[in-house]
Design a protein around this ligand. Structure first.
Ligand code: HEC
Ligand code: HEC
Ligand code: HEC
Length: 272
């Protein structure tokens, strides 16, 4: 089993240790996530259990033990069902502790309920610390493998990864030729880069329906930065610093998009 060690600040809030070990989620979990299931049954059970926990507390505080018992039974049922859904994770579950909670509610003893809740709750936390972050990274981000973009330079459909490679190669060629003082080659690769970069926003709608999302990472500001780069390349006397300045403005958008979209892909690939 492949493991990935991450020490991201991003994940510290979820796990308490400085170093977390990420393991590929177990095979049987796949059934409950897209593309196999759109209903996300496992996650939905998590919400059910969390609401049930709250339902117990809320009703006990209002002195409604009968309602609290209904929620306790719901919690026990969903807990047992979740344990069966992913056999590889069965050891995380302690069904006896869910029984204890039901019994504690039946006894109408507040201290017993608090103790039983804490003990059961610890089984939830243990699994969350080990698995929650990786499951989110693995399943909540769709794959880019099936997304293609038409390359406006070579007029062929490319997978995201291959498109990105061409995009960044044309950017690097622009740099190399500019630094070598070969202006016409720099212009040619620069034009290719601008065309490819402009085409990027056609991929967004394959996942996003919100115009605002697309606008914020590849909208008017992004296109303006590319126009400015193009103008700098077309200038009769090319000014290297000016080209680099606009190129780095464009580069900011690449980074921002990567921060959101590329990091999950890196984790997914590492876990494959
Ligand atoms: C959707 C937002 C998005 C934008 C905007 C974007 N990228 Fe990417 N980039 C990705 C994703 C997603 C991947 C990973 C694709 C995969 O591996 O399937 C990636 C991968 C890459 C890679 C690695 C390719 C490889 O060989 O694995 C490079 C290099 C790259 N991008 C360069 C750029 C440059 C340069 C820009 C800006 C001009 C840019 N990207 C803009 C999303 C984006
Ligand atoms: C065997 C592992 C495991 C156990 C035990 C477990 N969970 Fe979870 N839980 C997960 C995973 C994995 C996720 C992340 C699922 C996702 O984001 O798709 C999660 C997520 C959650 C979430 C967050 C949902 C969200 O929208 O992000 C809540 C709330 C939750 N669990 C409640 C509970 C409660 C309450 C218990 C105990 C009664 C419990 N879980 C026991 C694995 C477990
Ligand atoms: C393969 C699917 C996919 C593609 C293609 C894609 N995104 Fe995303 N994007 C996501 C997912 C998943 C999230 C995480 C938030 C969510 O679940 O909506 C996200 C988050 C975002 C966010 C932050 C949250 C939000 O919705 O405002 C922005 C902004 C964004 N994407 C812009 C873009 C832009 C711009 C492009 C095209 C250059 C793009 N995305 C391409 C899947 C994708």
């Amino acid at each position: 089993m492949k493991r990935l060690y991450l020490a991201f600040a991003l994940l510290v809030g979820i796990s308490f240790s400085q170093q977390i070990t990420m393991k590929r989620p177990p095979k049987s979990l796949e059934k409950y996530y897209p593309p196999q299931s759109q209903r996300m049954e496992y996650l939905s059970n998590m919400h059910t259990m969390s609401v049930a926990f709250h339902g117990i507390n809320l009703n006990i505080n209002e002195g409604r033990w009968d309602k609290a018992l209904e929620w306790a039974n719901q919690l026990k049922k969903t807990y047992e069902e979740s344990a069966r859904m992913v056999p590889e994770w069965r050891d995380y579950f302690k069904p006896a502790l869910a029984d204890n909670l039901v019994k504690a509610v039946q006894s109408k003893n507040v201290d017993a309920v608090i103790n039983a809740s804490r003990e059961l709750g610890q089984t939830c936390s243990k699994c969350h610390q080990d698995n929650q972050a990786v499951v989110k990274l693995y399943y909540h981000f769709p794959r880019y493998d099936n997304i293609t973009l038409e390359d406006p330079v070579e007029l062929q459909n490319l997978k995201t990864k291959d498109y990105m490679k061409k995009l960044s190669d044309s950017m690097k060629s622009l740099r190399v030729f500019l630094l070598q003082g070969e202006v016409s080659k720099a212009r040619e690769h620069g034009d290719n880069f601008v065309e490819r970069a402009k085409q990027l926003n056609t991929m967004c709608t394959k996942c996003h329906t919100s115009k605002a999302s697309i606008e914020s990472l590849a909208g008017k500001e992004y296109l303006t930065a590319l126009d400015n780069l193009q103008k700098a390349l077309k200038a009769p006397q090319i000014n290297r610093d000016n080209v680099f300045k606009h190129l780095s403005e464009v580069g900011q958008f690449c980074y921002r998009c990567h921060n959101v979209h590329l990091i999950p892909v890196l984790v997914q690939n590492a876990l494959k």
